[in-house]
Design a protein around this ligand. Structure first.
Ligand SMILES: Cc1ncc(COP(=O)(O)O)c(C=O)c1O
Length: 398
């Protein structure tokens, strides 16, 4: 079996990467080491690059259809071989991006001013979409269980919020960004039933689905779908294969009405219904040839998380607590036990540590006493990041 090297350094200079070139404007300081936005320092697998190059060699990039066996086949193959789920072609639909899909479903199934539920901490683009579409954010904080070291839904509160007249949509995130929680089948079923009983539409954003360790622990909402369910699952390869700048996504649903409404919007309202030819080439190669690659990448990510956990135990246990997440390449690190002022910590990470990580408040973290760190990078960079974090807390504790 080919062994892949995830420690290689590839320069992003001249690529206008948001992670590197966008950091100074966002954090207000020069020369920071960035670990914030969710893309990888890791090259897309060679098989995917070869397929894109081959497509480039054709030389014509006109309007392109996704309704063909070279899209459906690989998608079905991936779900079958990775998650043991057999998909029907009629349930699979290409769309411009995951967040486009979330926004479009919101516009279709809710009215202006309606309440949209988010579990907090929440991926920051969800509140942005709610605000941008003039809907109202309704939050239910996840409860952290100290013994199990895991986050859980407050089911009673969730049920109560769903029963409110003004609440019409819940955006579920599985695997969960930023906590790395993966949801059990029992939890998913309960959520789905509560939503259905209360006429609350359910979107499940599963874009991080390929980063679950072990992969067998992932339960997709897709496995619970029944004909006509008011549920839509959106996902893509943007995270898994580092393709965020080759826009694409796909969604899976058995709700024929929403499919028709999204098709109409993509066709007549926004004119975004054709596919990216490069994305289609990438999807085909990734979903037929790159299972080993993503497995090995998960081992690398796990190794980086272990390094962080060991480093915290050895040097930073007075200040930080960290649970290795079962999913994603995003670490959710708490500095609650340091007792330090949150604003001072976030400021010092930038000004003393010279590191750009995402502050908890971005994710509606009540106390702002966490930060999110992206570990999809080389081991050396993670070591450098850890030294910067240590420098920050040693300075603050003086
Ligand atoms: C949960 C989640 N959904 C969606 C996205 C973005 O997806 P897209 O670029 O396809 O809109 C991200 C990116 O970080 C994410 O973490």
């Amino acid at each position: 079996m080919t062994q892949f090297d995830f420690n290689k350094t590839t320069s992003r200079e001249g690529t206008y990467s948001v992670q590197y070139d966008g950091t100074e404007a966002l954090f207000g300081a020069k020369g920071l080491e960035p670990f914030w936005i969710a893309d990888m320092d890791i090259e897309t697998p060679e098989a995917v690059r070869d397929a894109v190059k081959k497509r480039l060699d054709n030389g014509i990039f006109g309007y392109t259809m996704w309704q063909n066996e070279r899209f459906y086949g690989p998608v079905k193959n991936w779900w079958e071989t990775r998650f043991n789920i057999s998909l029907n072609e009629e349930d699979i639909h290409y769309a411009a991006s995951v967040l486009y899909t979330v926004g479009e479903v919101m516009r279709q199934v809710t009215d202006e001013g309606d309440g949209v539920i988010l579990t907090t901490p929440s991926y920051n683009s969800f509140p942005n979409l709610i605000k941008g579409n003039d809907r109202t954010r309704v939050e239910t904080p996840l409860i952290y269980d100290e013994d199990k070291r895991e986050y859980f839904l407050n089911t009673e509160e969730f049920r109560e919020l769903c029963s409110r007249e003004d609440v019409t949509l819940y955006i579920h995130c599985n695997p969960h960004n930023p906590t790395g929680k993966i949801w059990s089948e029992e939890e998913l079923l309960e959520i789905k039933n509560i939503c259905k009983e209360n006429d609350v539409y359910l979107i499940s954003d599963e874009i991080h689905m390929d980063f679950v360790r072990p992969k067998e622990d992932f339960v997709s909402m897709v496995s619970l779908l029944e004909e006509g369910d008011p549920v839509l699952v959106t996902t893509g390869l943007g995270k898994s294969f580092n393709l965020a700048s080759i826009p694409h996504s796909y969604y899976i649903t058995k709700d024929r009405k929403i499919t028709k409404d999204i098709n109409n919007a993509m066709g007549s309202r926004y004119n975004v219904s054709t596919a990216s030819s490069l994305a289609l080439a990438a999807i085909e190669a990734a979903y037929t040839e790159c299972g080993d690659w993503i497995d090995q990448l998960n081992d690398h990510v796990e190794g980086n998380f272990q390094l962080i956990s060991d480093y915290i135990d050895e040097h930073l246990s007075e200040y930080l607590s960290f649970d290795i997440p079962k999913s994603t390449y995003l670490g959710w690190i708490s500095f609650e036990k340091s007792g330090l002022n949150a604003a001072e910590v976030h400021k010092a990470l930038v000004e003393v540590g010279g590191i750009a990580v995402s502050p908890g408040k971005l994710y509606l973290d009540d106390e702002n006493n966490h930060f999110r760190i992206n570990v999809a990078s080389s081991r050396t960079r993670i070591e450098d990041g850890l030294e910067r974090i240590r420098k920050t807390f040693e300075y603050l504790s003086k």
